[in-house]
Design a protein around this ligand. Sequence first.
Ligand SMILES: NC(=O)c1ccc[n+]([C@@H]2O[C@H](COP(=O)([O-])OP(=O)(O)OC[C@H]3O[C@@H](n4cnc5c(N)ncnc54)[C@H](OP(=O)(O)O)[C@@H]3O)[C@@H](O)[C@H]2O)c1
Length: 391
Amino acid sequence: MRRIAVLGSTGSIGTQTLDVARRHPGKIEIVALAAGRRAHEAFEQAKEFNVRTIALGKEPDFEIPDGIEVSVGPNAVADLVSLDEVDVVVNALVGAAGLRASYETLKAGKVLALANKESLVVGGDLIMPLAAKVDSQRRESGLAPETGPAGALMPIDSEHGAIYQCLIGEEHREVERLWVTASGGPFRGKKRDELKGITAKEALAHPTWNMGPKITIDSSTLMNKGLEVIEAHHLFDMPYDKISVVVQPQSAIHSMVEFSDGSVKAHLGTTDMRIPIQYALSYPERWDAPVEPLDFTKLGSLEFAEPDTETFKCLALARAAGMQGGTLPCVMNAANEIAVAAFLAGEGTYLGIAECVEAVMNMHDVQSVESIDQLLGIDTWAREQAKSNIR
Ligand SMILES: NC(=O)c1ccc[n+]([C@@H]2O[C@H](COP(=O)([O-])OP(=O)(O)OC[C@H]3O[C@@H](n4cnc5c(N)ncnc54)[C@H](OP(=O)(O)O)[C@@H]3O)[C@@H](O)[C@H]2O)c1
């Protein structure tokens, strides 16, 4: 039985994680939940899964049902991960708010099933050494599989889950390139001039994936792909010049790995996040999936194209931030979160998102990453600068 805490249980990844748990009651036990504002939904989930511990982003405005222990605030969410009864933490929080939870999960020696890519973008330099430590502990205590990765940090992002699977049984030195696939988002093929008056409603209509609002906007600007390039760099210890992005509009190929002999392994599957979520929880096993399998007879053609980084500048900005490293990805990410929130609130423009990110990146004196508190301080600074640079 895997005893799981779901952080962000009311969101897109959180609810799909609970779907996976519904399908496998004998293998997964949900023992703790964390949510932000949707307290009612969180309590309904607690009732269904018989969960007694909940952390909330803000105080609920109703009476707490008997038998449920509730804590409130950012520390409450991070504290949940160290509970004795938790073996695995699904971090499905959105944004840099998930950083501390990722860090504390690994520090407590637990498995981190990570959807919150911003954690790695901002704090990969701190998180990856911790993951390596938990991997060693898992090997020493016999919790790791006999072959393959020890499984302390399991990616939930479909691209990284795909690469993770392609790399099993392979030697790191024989990997030539990681190919991260992108759907291209709803504005694929459009030029800057055509994107001037884009509204939040238009940008929220993603062609292939149904996701939370922040990642949907990030997908449309290609910032999401930029965040994923940085995530891949940390997760798979790959230099940036060996990580390429290719647009694959059908989203059937979830990513690929090219090897030194020219062979390429691709991971294909239905576009349903419950598959990578489940794999992150079942590894090294595979369990039946609650989804339709891919029907190749109906798939039609597979297209590939180079991403247009002139129009979708966020991808180039994120890659530049990753390559420079240190605290720059933290600043880039914080500015993006503020610019996206402003766009969704009707206070900033679509093209203004990249402009804001670039302006704040240019103001920052890059430091090497030393601590979570340092990153949180820089994140706060970058958010303030971004608020004055909404365009
Ligand atoms: N959705 C996808 O298909 C997908 C795919 C790959 C990766 N990801 C990544 O997964 C993460 C989650 O994405 P999502 O699409 O699931 O986002 P989402 O639907 O917006 O859900 C975010 C979750 O975080 C909770 N939350 C926000 N602020 C909080 C706080 N201060 N304290 C406690 N909980 C808080 C929300 O709670 P309330 O709603 O109750 O406020 C909600 O449960 C992101 O990093 C995203 O990039 C998502």
